[in-house]
Design a protein around this ligand. Structure first.
Ligand code: CMC
Length: 428
């Protein structure tokens, strides 16, 4: 294959180098396009064909249904690693030795405290506030209590910023839930594992000890691993672009949380469960909802189906589906919602509308069913996604800063009015 692409505009030919990744993905490097063509730009709504960066963190092949973090398959990581190991792998590029992992955890624990004044901010929110809005605000508010920006050229400062947020974020996550349920705020215990501590901080009642259930710990660990990174999705691109202006880490992460909130992205897990509940309450007629999803005059979409990149099974959905069965069986929960989900999946996989458009269940289709069985309220589902995605956002932010990427600033094609004279207010 040639290592150049030729573009002809107005009879003039211009050559651009091809860039090939380690998995043989090919891109045309158009860095010089505007310069050599006198200002011609590209337009690609939703960036469906645009690579925003080169990255060594996550590889995914949407046609083959492959997802790997730093070269390790998601299936192997979900089975053999724990969330903190995966976080370390994503951020620093290699699986940690047991000493490094222990040190990492111990450094995180040192920062597992937030300024007591954060409670005042939390108190100011009404109970009805959506936990994602509260989480984004509190994450941004951390800037006020940690005002110094990170010197990204100092490995030590970078490391400290990372362990700081990994220590504080689970507290904010747990507190958004406790606030909603009027529960006193809790710090958990430094003697627990990272994921065990999250569960304790979320669920411990003031009047009793929290007894860990290994089934729940294992299920949450797996879910967090499966959500930990997904290359240049909407929230990650947001974190990178905000960080590219050299805004601080907390501010960049807070913007990622806001991006994740939307129902087309991380908010889909809440939307899936609400959709399944709605179908159940409406008599469980899945065919009616399949027809609605296919009707272009109806805004209804089958939530948890389809993906910008996966045109085959989302490998995360496959693992989660099995886990949902296991968790419900282990906990002895019989959830009619699971049957509705399975029914919808079966119908969609046999329906030409979904088959032709390559719409398969995505990561969010079954995750809510597990969260629900664990006793996590529906409004917290996207918060749990944010908790899992945190190491991905951090690693992408770190990579972007270490590679000294330029500020993100796309161009546009202006389609508004051309120049016109100002009209006096009496003549409009
Ligand atoms: N239900 C019905 N039709 C759909 C759906 C769906 N869930 N998803 C896509 N389509 C149709 C869409 O109407 C379009 O049809 P046509 O070609 O006739 O106009 C075609 O499939 C292509 O869809 P698109 O919206 O152009 O695709 P996209 O890549 O822009 O959107 C998506 C991807 C995930 C936003 C979309 O599939 C969707 O809205 N899914 C439901 C929301 C969801 O589950 N989101 C979670 C994504 S996974 C978690 C994450 O990583 O964020």
């Amino acid at each position: 294959m040639s290592d150049k692409a030729t573009l002809e505009i107005n009879g003039q030919k211009h050559e651009f180098p091809l860039v090939t990744g380690t998995e043989n993905e090919v891109a045309i490097n158009i860095k010089t396009l505007r310069g050599v063509t006198g200002g011609v730009t590209t337009i690609d709504p939703g960036y469906k064909n645009t690579g925003s960066c080169e990255s060594a963190i996550t590889f995914l092949d949407g046609e083959k249904g492959i997802l790997r973090y730093r070269g390790y398959s998601i299936e192997e990581l979900a089975e053999k690693a724990d969330f903190l190991e995966v976080a370390y792998l994503l951020i620093f590029g290699e699986l940690p030795t047991s000493e490094k992992l222990e040190q990492f955890h111990s450094d995180i624990k040192k920062h597992a405290v937030v300024d007591d004044d954060v409670k005042k901010i939390l108190d100011a929110f009404p109970k009805a506030a959506h936990p994602m809005g509260v989480l984004a605000s509190l994450t941004s508010a951390l800037t006020a209590f940690n005002p110094t920006s990170v010197n990204v050229d100092s490995e030590e400062e970078m490391y400290n910023a990372i362990v700081r947020i990994l220590g504080k974020f689970p507290i904010l996550v747990a507190w958004t839930m406790r606030k909603k349920h009027g529960m006193p705020l809790d710090y958990g215990s430094s003697s627990l594992g990272y994921v065990e501590n999250i569960l304790q901080m979320m669920f411990k009642r003031p009047d009793e000890d929290y007894v860990q259930n290994p089934i729940l710990v294992n299920a949450l660990d797996k879910l967090l691993i499966l959500h930990a990174d997904h290359e240049q999705n909407c929230s990650t691109s947001t974190v990178r672009i905000v960080g590219s202006s050299h805004a601080g880490l907390f501010a960049s992460l807070s913007s990622g949380i806001s991006a994740l909130w939307g129902p087309l992205h991380g908010g889909a897990n809440q939307a899936v469960l609400e959709m399944l509940e709605g179908i159940k309450e409406d008599g469980g007629d899945t065919k009616k909802y399949m027809a609605k999803a296919k009707d272009k005059s109806d805004p209804f979409r089958l939530m948890g189906f389809g993906h910008r990149v996966y045109k085959n099974f989302d490998p995360r959905a496959k693992i989660i589906k099995v886990a949902a069965d296991e968790v419900l069986a282990d906990l002895g929960v019989e959830d009619p919602i699971l049957d509705i989900a399975k029914g919808l999946e079966k119908e969609a996989l046999e329906d030409s509308y979904f088959v032709d458009r390559k719409l398969y269940p995505n990561v969010d289709f079954y995750s809510g069913i597990i969260y629900r069985a664990m006793g996590i309220p529906t409004e917290m589902f996207t918060v749990m996604f944010a908790l899992g995605r945190l190491p991905g956002w951090i690693s992408q932010w770190r990579e972007m800063r270490l590679r000294k990427e330029p500020i993100g600033r796309p161009r546009q094609i202006y389609i508004g009015e051309t120049h016109r004279p100002f009209k006096d207010i009496n003549n409009r």
